[in-house]
Design a binder for this molecule. Structure first.
Ligand code: ATP
Length: 301
């Protein structure tokens, strides 16, 4: 123990500015070329000593967040404790602001947050590499939630290379009613691509150049999401949301990860505010949130 009575960690959501998906492998997973950008929508995970592992959560849609040991934050605490021969005697409270099952890696953010919070609370002093290895065990998107910024993820998305970004990008996120289960979206991808020779996923050089230059117009031209057709097939109403954001002046629109959150890249902060207001007025989404990125990964506050 470090003598700390509580540790709070703030963790950002992500948007995939490129999500290139290969064909289904023999093990059912897909190879990805995944370019992540961390954006300023945050969950906060607070770890407090307790008799036994316990999870609580507050925020919109918390009724869809499991509070048992299937919660990714609880699993993160258990894995860290097991590695150091400790009992996970901790209460994890999640103040949720990232849409649940929205394709913005909310569960992954909570896992990374719990790991950093428990490491500080218990004084385990795990190295960055140890924390990253535990993250990769928890899920493909969890390592990125720890590091933040912008990164290329290969393999299942977990083999990360940090990317240079030359400026801040302004986004609007339209939150849809209900979630989409990521495995269901991949199944739909496989169904839509049955009999198709799906090419190897490759990171876009134009996209990396746009990030390096901090050039929003160039980035808008290079955004891509191979899961978008599958998400739209499962949730056709998202097309109207995408259209409403573009009509309001967004440079580009795409489904965020596996959806159903949709992401709109704006020219600047003022334009993002206009697009958000128009999306709210369109009645095609439940909420519209503005956020800029890149931002730092899991950070003790
Ligand atoms: P990704 O973008 O990584 O595919 P997502 O943003 O679509 O993920 P999450 O918000 O991570 O989805 O939630 C997916 C499911 O994971 C939820 O429906 C829920 O059952 C489960 N889950 C487990 N732990 C959490 C958590 N801490 N927060 C939210 N959901 C969680």
């Amino acid at each position: 123990m470090t003598g700390r009575s509580a540790v709070t960690v703030r963790v950002p959501a992500k948007v995939n500015v490129q999500l290139a998906v290969g064909g289904a492998r023999a093990d059912g997973f897909h190879d990805l070329a995944n370019v992540f950008l961390a954006v300023g929508l945050y969950d906060e995970v607070t770890a407090v000593p307790a008799e036994a592992l316990r999870v609580s959560a507050t925020g919109p849609d918390v009724d869809r967040v499991p509070l048992d040991r299937t919660n990714l934050a609880a699993r993160a605490a258990e894995l860290l404790a097991a590695r150091y021969g400790l009992e996970p005697r901790v209460h994890l409270h999640i103040a949720k602001d990232i849409p649940v099952a929205g394709g913005m890696a909310g569960g992954s953010a909570d896992a990374a947050g719990a790991l950093v919070a428990c490491d500080a609370l218990w004084g385990t002093g795990a190295s960055r590499d140890e924390l990253l290895a535990i993250c990769a065990e928890l899920g493909s998107d969890v390592p990125f939630s720890l590091v933040g910024g912008a990164a290329l993820g290969l393999g299942r998305g977990e083999l990360l290379t940090p990317l240079e970004v030359g400026g801040s990008f302004h986004w609007v996120f339209a939150v849809a009613d209900g979630g989409l289960a990521t495995p269901a979206v991949y199944r739909e991808f496989d169904r839509l691509n049955a009999g198709v020779d799906v090419p190897e996923p490759v990171a876009s050089e134009a996209l990396r150049a746009a990030l390096r230059a901090g050039d929003a117009v160039a980035l808008a031209g290079a955004l891509s999401n191979d899961l978008q057709a599958a998400a739209l097939s499962l949730r056709p109403s998202l097309a109207a949301t995408l259209d409403a954001g573009v009509a309001a002046g967004a440079l580009a629109a795409l489904v965020s990860g596996s959806g159903p959150t949709t992401a709109f890249l704006a020219k600047d902060a003022d334009s993002a505010a206009v697009v958000a207001a128009a999306l709210m007025a369109s009645g095609t989404c439940r909420a519209a949130r503005v956020a800029a990125g890149p931002v730092s990964g899991a950070t003790v506050v």
